[in-house]
Design a protein around this ligand. Structure first.
Ligand code: AFP
Length: 354
């Protein structure tokens, strides 16, 4: 069978590295290891109905949610592979209460925050799910690099990273991305040089560049929100969603509603076709006054991607997601993310200007 010669993700990563003559290749190596973990998870997800991997593991995670077997598999796959990859100093997972140290002697220059399987309540019903990741430099990046390049015998005070290395601004990310396990498996990521999408050819086990330089349409006609929570929202949020449903030809209203309940899937559709995703704070659950979604594992990495693609990501009080200083590993934030003009509009409603 004829196959076009595609650009593989590893070649694309090498090409990106060439743009930075000072690069050591560590970030490239890290991304390549992560991609191997993603392929392993993709293979398992594709077997979900056949192998004994559906259903609950019998455990509960830090969020108080029941852990699915596939969640656990994805978490362990990333954790075990990345702990010895040699490029990380510390990790954190949406599934684990505490930081995850790397294997001693394998400490590196970067940190990794990941949501191993986002949208896990959709696993058993064959709906798209995904893995999200966010990469920062360790805080003492330059010292560590110098130390590694010079006299290692002097010993570094602490080669392992700590929680402070993980609680960095979204704006400080050096790479972020997601893998969506959908009708095909796709990897979408940015290193700050545009957003690029790769589709997995399962017959050769390789990701090929299929969506170069993704740009999110400036205005859309889709909105994604769990409208079941309408009665718990602020008045500004209610008025905005009412506005989206009004008839007005000039602004292409009413918008169409599209909500999967799997952030990666909702975000991916909006990124490609245009759209706005909203998970505002609500007064339904006093234990979660800041909304549902997690800053480090969901909001910040997707904010980096959407900004690189020309869109915006803010909280429901207008703060840029990339500018929030995290104060806890599992911090939640209200999230409004998507096409630029749509985020501008909702911001006006929330600020009481409309
Ligand atoms: P699960 O991983 O528990 O399915 O949660 C998925 C998620 O974190 C995110 O992927 C969805 O956008 C959001 O929650 C859906 O939340 P609601 O079910 O409250 O709409």
């Amino acid at each position: 069978m004829y196959r076009p010669i595609g650009i593989t993700v590893s070649r694309h990563i090498r090409d990106l590295q060439r743009l930075h003559p000072e690069a050591t290749g560590d970030l490239s190596g890290l991304l390549n290891e992560l991609i191997v973990a993603a392929k392993t998870i993709s293979a398992e997800v594709n077997m979900a109905g056949l192998a004994d991997v559906l259903g609950m593991s019998g455990k509960t995670n830090i969020q108080g949610e029941e852990v699915q077997k596939l969640d656990e598999f994805a978490n362990n796959t990333i954790k075990r592979r990345m702990a010895r990859c040699g490029y990380l100093c510390v990790m954190t997972s949406e599934e684990e209460a505490d930081i995850i140290p790397v294997k001693e002697g394998y400490e590196g220059n970067y940190t990794l925050a990941f949501d191993p399987l986002d949208g896990s309540s959709n696993i058993d019903v064959n709906v798209s799910i995904g893995t999200i990741f966010s990469i920062h430099r360790r805080r003492d990046f330059q010292d560590f690099r110098n130390w590694r390049q010079t006299d290692q015998n002097q010993g570094m005070a602490n080669a392992q990273g700590d929680e402070g290395d993980l609680l960095q601004l979204g704006r400080e990310q050096v790479a972020a991305g997601y893998i969506i396990y959908g009708s095909s498996t796709m990897l979408v990521f940015t290193t700050g040089e545009g957003v690029h999408g790769f589709t997995l050819d399962p017959s050769v086990g390789e990701f090929y560049l299929s969506h170069p330089n993704i740009k999110i349409p400036e205005r859309s006609k889709y909105f994604s929100v769990n409208e079941g929570n309408y009665g718990y929202w602020t008045e500004g949020m209610q008025r905005y969603v009412d506005y989206l449903k009004e008839k007005d030809k000039e602004t292409s209203r009413p918008y169409s509603s599209r909500y999967i309940g799997s952030l990666v899937a909702d975000f991916h559709r909006n990124l490609i076709s245009g759209g706005i995703f909203l998970y505002p704070r609500d007064n339904k659950n006093p234990a979660k006054p800041s909304g549902k979604l997690r800053l480090l594992y969901e909001a910040a990495p997707l904010a980096f991607i959407v900004e690189e693609a020309g869109g915006r990501a803010i909280t429901d009080d207008g703060i840029n997601i990339m500018d929030i200083v995290p104060d806890a590993l599992h911090q939640r934030v209200p999230l409004i993310i998507g096409s630029k003009n749509d985020v501008d509009t909702v911001e006006e409603f929330l600020a009481g200007k409309r």
